[in-house]
Write a protein that binds this ligand. Structure first.
Ligand code: PA5
Length: 439
C-alpha cells in the first residue's frame, strides 16, 4: 500500500490550488482510463496485473527450474533502458547488500558500450555455470546486440549443442533481428506485447523472469501490483496516483522544475534509476517536463545537501519512505563515551535514520523546497509490485496533465542516427560526412 503525504507542500500552495490540480489529475485519469489520449496504443501495462495468471508465472518458473536442474549459478541479463532497469531495481532492493542472493547471481550487461565493463563481466563468468536472458523489444538496439553477440559466442563455444538451452530471448512477437535469431537458434522466447513500452514493462517477462531467477517471490510481486491496480484505478481524490500526479504538476507550474526522488536506503538506488527513466522518457518532450533527479540519503546530505538547502529555488523533493525496516540493530552503550554518542545508546539505527529524514524534510521546507512523501510499508516483493504499478499509473496521468504523450520517446532516436553514421552502418553515409565535418 502506498500513501501520499502532501503536508510538506502546505506552505507552498493553499488547499484551493491543490484542489484545482486534483481536478486536472482526475481529468488526466479519465483520459487514460478512457483510452482517448495520445499514445493510447501503448496502454497494455494499465490492466496488465489482472492478466498475470498462475499459468503466465509458471512459464517463468519453468525456466528457473530448467536452469536449476542444469546447476546454472550465473545469469547474464542483457538489456538497456526499460529492458533492464525494473529487474535491476527489484533485485538490488531485495538482495542482501553484501552477501550472495537467494537464487542465481544476476549480472547485467548490454546497458552501456563500455569495453572495460563488458570485458570484466566476461572475466567474472569464465569459471561459472552460465545462462543468458537477452531482452530487447525492438530487437535492434545496439548496446544489447553487441553484448549478446559476445556472450552468445562464449556460450556457444563453451556448451556446444547445449547452448540453446541456456539462452532465453524476450522480444517482439514477430519483428526484429533478435526475434529472427531466437527462432533460428530455437531459443525459448517470451513476448513483449506491442502495446507495452519498455519503461512500463517491469511486470512482463522483461522484469519478472530475471527477478524469479534471482530467487525472489514474483507471485507476491504480482499480487502487490494487482492490489495497486485496484486502488489506483479508483476515480477518487484519495487515489495515490491521482494525488501524486496532481501535486507534482502543481509544483511544476509554480516554477519547481526539478523533482528529486529521495531515499534513505542504498537498497533503493536503482528504484530511483528506474523512476528517473520512467518519468524522464515519459514527460521530457515538446520543450516541457519536470527534470527527474535523485539522491540517496543520508549519504547525499554530505554532497548534494548544500545545493538542495540553498541553491537555485526550482527544486521539489519526493521522499520515498519505507516505514518498516527488516533488520534490527541497536547502538551499544559505551562506559567511556569517548565519542560522546551515549545519547543514542539503545536506539535502533533506523530511529536515527528517521530522525535524519524528519529533520531534513523540515530544513528543506524552511529552505524553500516543497516536499511530497510517498510512504510504502516495507521493502519486499509485494510492496515493490505495488510501487512499480503506482508510479506507472501516476506517470501516465501526470503526462496527460502536462499535455504530452507519455508513451513515446522520439528524442531517443537522435543519438542513435548519429551513432550509426559515425560507426559506419550502411545507409547512413551522407550523415556520416556531415557529422565528421563537425568533429
Ligand atoms: O522505455 C523504453 O522504451 C526504452 O528505454 C527502451 O526500453 C530501450 O531503449 C531499449 O529498447 P529495446 O528493448 O527495444 O532494446
Amino acid at each position: 500500500m502506498i500513501k501520499i503525504d502532501k503536508s510538506g507542500c502546505k506552505s507552498f500552495a493553499d488547499e484551493k490550488l491543490i484542489d484545482k490540480y486534483l481536478q486536472k489529475a482526475l481529468a488526466g485519469f479519465d483520459t487514460l482510463e478512457g483510452g482517448q489520449g495520445a499514445g493510447n496504443d501503448f496502454l497494455g501495462w494499465n490492466r496488465l496485473p489482472e492478466t498475470i495468471t498462475k499459468d503466465v508465472i509458471d512459464e517463468y518458473k519453468a525456466v528457473v527450474a530448467r536452469w536449476q536442474a542444469m546447476k546454472v549459478d550465473t545469469v547474464v541479463v542483457i538489456g538497456i533502458g526499460g529492458s533492464y532497469l525494473g529487474a535491476k531495481a527489484a533485485i538490488h532492493a531485495l538482495s542482501h547488500s553484501f552477501l550472495p542472493g537467494k537464487g542465481m547471481q544476476i549480472l547485467f550487461a548490454g546497458n552501456s558500450l563500455s569495453e572495460d565493463y563488458l570485458a570484466e563481466m566476461m572475466d567474472a563468468i569464465c569459471n561459472r555455470n552460465v545462462a543468458c536472458v537477452v531482452i530487447s523489444k525492438s530487437g535492434t538496439t545496439t548496446e544489447p546486440a553487441v553484448a549478446f553477440r559476445i556472450v552468445k559466442r562464449y556460450i556457444d563455444d563453451k556448451y556446444g549443442a547445449e547452448a540453446a538451452q541456456r539462452i532465453v530471448a524476450v522480444t517482439d512477437r514477430n519483428r526484429g533481428a533478435l526475434k529472427s535469431l531466437a527462432s533460428a537458434e530455437g531459443y525459448t522466447s517470451f513476448v513483449i506485447e506491442d502495446n507495452i513500452g519498455g519503461r512500463y514493462s517491469v511486470l512482463t517477462p522483461v522484469g519478472l523472469l530475471a527477478i524469479a531467477l534471482a530467487g525472489y517471490d514474483i507471485d507476491a510481486m504480482v499480487r502487490g501490483a494487482q492490489e495497486a491496480q485496484k486502488e489506483c484505478s479508483k476515480r477518487s481524490e484519495n487515489n495515490p496516483a491521482i494525488q501524486y500526479a496532481a501535486i507534482r504538476n502543481m509544483l511544476y507550474d509554480a516554477g519547481y522544475k526539478t523533482e528529486i526522488l529521495v531515499n534513505y536506503s542504498p537498497k533503493l538506488l536503482y528504484v530511483s534509476e528506474w523512476w528517473k527513466q520512467l518519468y524522464g522518457e515519459s514527460e521530457g518532450k515538446d520543450g516541457k517536463g519536470i527534470f527527474p533527479a535523485s539522491v540517496s540519503n543520508t549519504t547525499d546530505l554530505h554532497s548534494m545537501g548544500q545545493y538542495i538547502q540553498e541553491g537555485e529555488r526550482t527544486l521539489f523533493e519526493t521522499v520515498l519512505h519505507v516505514s518498516k525496516c527488516e533488520r534490527e540493530l541497536r547502538i551499544p552503550m559505551d562506559k567511556d563515551n569517548l565519542d560522546s554518542l551515549n545519547y543514542l545508546a539503545g536506539k535502533r539505527v533506523e530511529e536515527c535514520n528517521e530522525g535524519a529524514m524528519n529533520a531534513t524534510i523540515m530544513a528543506h521546507i524552511d529552505g524553500g523546497v516543497p516536499q511530497i512523501k510517498v510512504d510504502m510499508e516495507r521493502l519486499d516483493e509485494f510492496n515493490l509490485g505495488w510501487l512499480f504499478y503506482f508510479f506507472e499509473k501516476a506517470c501516465g496521468i501526470s503526462g496527460y496533465v502536462l499535455g504530452v504523450n507519455p508513451f513515446n520517446q522520439p528524442g531517443v532516436e537522435a543519438y542513435k542516427k548519429n551513432m550509426f553514421a559515425l560507426l559506419g552502418k550502411p545507409g547512413y553515409e551522407e550523415l556520416a560526412v556531415q557529422l565528421k565535418k563537425r568533429m
